[in-house]
Design a protein around this ligand. Sequence first.
Ligand SMILES: *[C@@H]1O[C@H](CO)[C@@H](O)[C@H](O)[C@H]1NC(C)=O
Ligand SMILES: *[C@@H]1O[C@H](CO)[C@@H](O)[C@H](O)[C@H]1NC(C)=O
Ligand SMILES: *[C@@H]1O[C@H](CO)[C@@H](O)[C@H](O)[C@H]1NC(C)=O
Ligand SMILES: *[C@@H]1O[C@H](CO)[C@@H](O)[C@H](O)[C@H]1NC(C)=O
Ligand SMILES: *[C@@H]1O[C@H](CO)[C@@H](O)[C@H](O)[C@H]1NC(C)=O
Ligand SMILES: *[C@@H]1O[C@H](CO)[C@@H](O)[C@H](O)[C@H]1NC(C)=O
Ligand SMILES: *[C@@H]1O[C@H](CO)[C@@H](O)[C@H](O)[C@H]1NC(C)=O
Ligand SMILES: *[C@@H]1O[C@H](CO)[C@@H](O)[C@H](O)[C@H]1NC(C)=O
Ligand SMILES: *[C@@H]1O[C@H](CO)[C@@H](O)[C@H](O)[C@H]1NC(C)=O
Ligand SMILES: *[C@@H]1O[C@H](CO)[C@@H](O)[C@H](O)[C@H]1NC(C)=O
Ligand SMILES: *[C@@H]1O[C@H](CO)[C@@H](O)[C@H](O)[C@H]1NC(C)=O
Ligand SMILES: *[C@@H]1O[C@H](CO)[C@@H](O)[C@H](O)[C@H]1NC(C)=O
Length: 550
Amino acid sequence: MRWEVNWSRLLSLSLLGTSVVQAVDLSRTAQDLFDESMVIQDAIYDPAASYLRYFYFPLAAGPHETRSTIWYAAGLLQRNRGEDRQEAVKILQNVIGDQEKNTSVQWYGDYTKYPEQPTVGTPAYPPVIYNSWDPNWRGFIGTALIVIYEEFGHLLPESVQGLVLESLYNNTIGDTYRVGGVDGDNLYPAYSNAWLMRTVVGSWTGRKFANTNMTAAGDSDALAFLELFNRNNTLSEFNGPTYAGVSLYALTIAAKYLGSTNATIGQHATRVIEAIWGYESQLWNANLRNFAGPWDRSYGYDMNKYVAIMSLWVWSLVGKTHVFPNATSPIWTMAHADDFEIAPLVNILADFHQTLVPAAARARLTSFADDEQRTYTGHAYAPPADLEPRNITTWLSANLTIGTASFNQSVVGGFSEDSTSFSPAVVQWLRPDASIGYFNLYPEETALVAEVAPYALNLTYPLGNTSSTFTFVLASNPLGAKRDITGFEDVDGLSIKVVGGTVDPVPEISFCGLLGGTCDVIHNFEFWNFTFSMPPTSSAVPSVQFEFAF
Ligand SMILES: *[C@@H]1O[C@H](CO)[C@@H](O)[C@H](O)[C@H]1NC(C)=O
Ligand SMILES: *[C@@H]1O[C@H](CO)[C@@H](O)[C@H](O)[C@H]1NC(C)=O
Ligand SMILES: *[C@@H]1O[C@H](CO)[C@@H](O)[C@H](O)[C@H]1NC(C)=O
Ligand SMILES: *[C@@H]1O[C@H](CO)[C@@H](O)[C@H](O)[C@H]1NC(C)=O
Ligand SMILES: *[C@@H]1O[C@H](CO)[C@@H](O)[C@H](O)[C@H]1NC(C)=O
Ligand SMILES: *[C@@H]1O[C@H](CO)[C@@H](O)[C@H](O)[C@H]1NC(C)=O
Ligand SMILES: *[C@@H]1O[C@H](CO)[C@@H](O)[C@H](O)[C@H]1NC(C)=O
Ligand SMILES: *[C@@H]1O[C@H](CO)[C@@H](O)[C@H](O)[C@H]1NC(C)=O
Ligand SMILES: *[C@@H]1O[C@H](CO)[C@@H](O)[C@H](O)[C@H]1NC(C)=O
Ligand SMILES: *[C@@H]1O[C@H](CO)[C@@H](O)[C@H](O)[C@H]1NC(C)=O
Ligand SMILES: *[C@@H]1O[C@H](CO)[C@@H](O)[C@H](O)[C@H]1NC(C)=O
Ligand SMILES: *[C@@H]1O[C@H](CO)[C@@H](O)[C@H](O)[C@H]1NC(C)=O
């Protein structure tokens, strides 16, 4: 798809002018998040380069980083003190200056991942999607540019306002090159967070340029999203502690800036946000400060120990102490701390966003009654990986949650084919020292039947055979408890018992450690690997059944 832009016509329509608005008012909890994130970002900003230093997981030696710098630019404009505005202008000019300009390449309209990188597509630097270039950077940076333009456009010189729009225009065209299953891309409607960002950028930009090709593409993307969402009011990319936060971010932009237009995504965003908080709040255990499982994509096994973007939304709504334990060390010591750099955008949108969070959902974010138990049941559907919708069942009690998805898929590891982030059976509990234990299935099969009842979990591999194994990721004990785990009897704070199933009930146990052991850490979480095998002569369908007690 190719679209023409007529700049003189655009200028004559005065589309480059924006109305004057003040910095967004921030509630105290959101202001707190903003301030804490800006302390870190101020410290790693390199004014000589006009880029943040590379504070990205895992850390690198020396270079700068692009996406977080745009997030920081939004923070600078929100704060707007001293040199903030001038620095933001330089950042915008630099990042947009390096935006890809060759319309023939797959990454047209995309931004660098870091400004020192060699040119993508040269012999020394082949284009490798999600590595040397990342198609989602159009969505992440494009949405941030929209917020910057809408909220702070009046602080920018007219030429920079124009540059931002031109950048969004190329970004939108480049993003139409993305087709799931083609050229190594996986942008299907079920890839909720990335799909929503494209939907929003296209819908907003098309409107700005009065380009009906773009608005029609945005509307058609929105309908494809809604077709999946409306099945059970769930995101296809279900309950990912990081990516549900990105989907909410994109939807908030749609609700705030397109809500009064006839853009399809703008018309539906409010309802979708309310529905997401409806089920996410049911899955939140305020005692454990975690979303119970299952998680389609997660960057860790305990939200108290890594930075997830949903944690930032919860923080903005109800405050940090409901998200991280009081004894948490500084944010920058946590795994995936780089995701904290999106905090300025969460904050700028927070006061508007909180008006869309139902009161009952918000209440569930702050407390979980000691005598309460609840069971969430629902479905999520992420084709082409899902051959049929997943059935989700999660049981929550004050100090123990068990969350599962039954699935039948075409690949191992869920939609993103990644067993380190797809967690279809998750057990979490509160340990005596108030830290969180976890016991999660590591997916190795394309189908799972999971049954949950209070204190009980049954898992079956309907397509398994005698070589199938059930591998579980078990948390290390906290400091002060046993360092060595030789069986379930050594696990701190929870009794775990195999009570049935066709597996050999005695697991093989190994340690996957930061500095040693016999297997690798996952997302920098070390763990004990409990692997159950079938008896060698068994021809039974593989299954294992557990009961839990305090
Ligand atoms: C919209 O797409 C059509 C068909 O590709 C093309 O002819 C037309 O020029 C495009 N319009 C704009 C405004 O880009
Ligand atoms: C744009 O990319 C195409 C495809 O890689 C290449 O053939 C062409 O030379 C590039 N154009 C410029 C101006 O670099
Ligand atoms: C947008 O793309 C066109 C090529 O279609 C290029 O000439 C222009 O410089 C690009 N603008 C930006 C801001 O990268
Ligand atoms: C989602 O599915 C569950 C379980 O089948 C059902 O109880 C619930 O009513 C459905 N919700 C919506 C909004 O479709
Ligand atoms: C929105 O309004 C425009 C202009 O009236 C129209 O062309 C377009 O089809 C409408 N879009 C939707 C989704 O109704
Ligand atoms: C954590 O700190 C907050 C605010 O300082 C306080 O209200 C709360 O009681 C503390 N919680 C614990 C478990 O110490
Ligand atoms: C949950 O743990 C807390 C803290 O140890 C304890 O006070 C409470 O009684 C426990 N609740 C239940 C239902 O086990
Ligand atoms: C989900 O539940 C329905 C109704 O019980 C069942 O027909 C379907 O096979 C289940 N799907 C999976 C993937 O287990
Ligand atoms: C998975 O879905 C496919 C296609 O609907 C079906 O043929 C197959 O029987 C299902 N497998 C299981 C284990 O449910
Ligand atoms: C697990 O399987 C056993 C044996 O079939 C059954 O008694 C128990 O009710 C099942 N538990 C759940 C949670 O479905
Ligand atoms: C079990 O299933 C796997 C995966 O389908 C297959 O590779 C393996 O050969 C099967 N093993 C036996 C003993 O049938
Ligand atoms: C778990 O341990 C088994 C050996 O018991 C090993 O084959 C497997 O690769 C390990 N899995 C992970 C995720 O570490």
